[in-house]
Design a protein around this ligand. Structure first.
Ligand code: FES
Length: 97
C-alpha cells in the first residue's frame, strides 16, 4: 500500500503505532498519522518541522506528544536526543526569565 521507504519506517514502529494510518492523529487540523510519518521519512526531525510540513500541532497542541513519540521511534537516536535537549534548554530559558 505504501512505498518501500514508508514501509521500512513503519517496520520501526511498535505495533500500536502502526494501526489506523489513515486516521487523523491531529484532529484539530485533520492530519492523518501517515502524513506525519511521511514528513519524518522525508526529513522532518522536530515537532516544528512537522508542523511546518503538515500543520499538525498547530491547533491546541494536544497531539504534540504523539508526534514526539513518532519522532523518537523514527528518527536516529542522536537526532531525537538533540531535539529533547534543545526542548529542555528552551524550557529552561523560559523559566529563568
Ligand atoms: S490534535 Fe493536533 S493540535 Fe490539536
Amino acid at each position: 500500500m505504501y512505498d518501500d521507504t514508508i514501509n521500512k519506517a513503519l517496520a520501526k514502529l511498535p505495533e500500536i503505532l502502526r494501526q489506523d494510518m489513515e486516521r487523523n492523529l491531529c484532529t484539530c487540523n485533520d492530519v492523518p498519522r501517515i502524513d506525519i510519518i511521511t514528513a519524518i521519512v522525508n526529513g522532518a526531525t522536530s515537532v516544528e518541522a512537522i508542523r511546518e510540513e503538515t500543520y499538525a500541532t498547530m491547533g491546541t497542541g494536544c497531539c504534540r506528544q504523539q508526534v514526539e513519540r513518532l519522532l523518537e521511534c523514527l528518527c536516529a537516536p542522536e537526532k531525537a536526543k538533540r531535539n529533547r535537549r534543545s526542548k529542555q534548554r528552551s524550557g529552561e530559558s523560559k523559566t529563568k526569565r
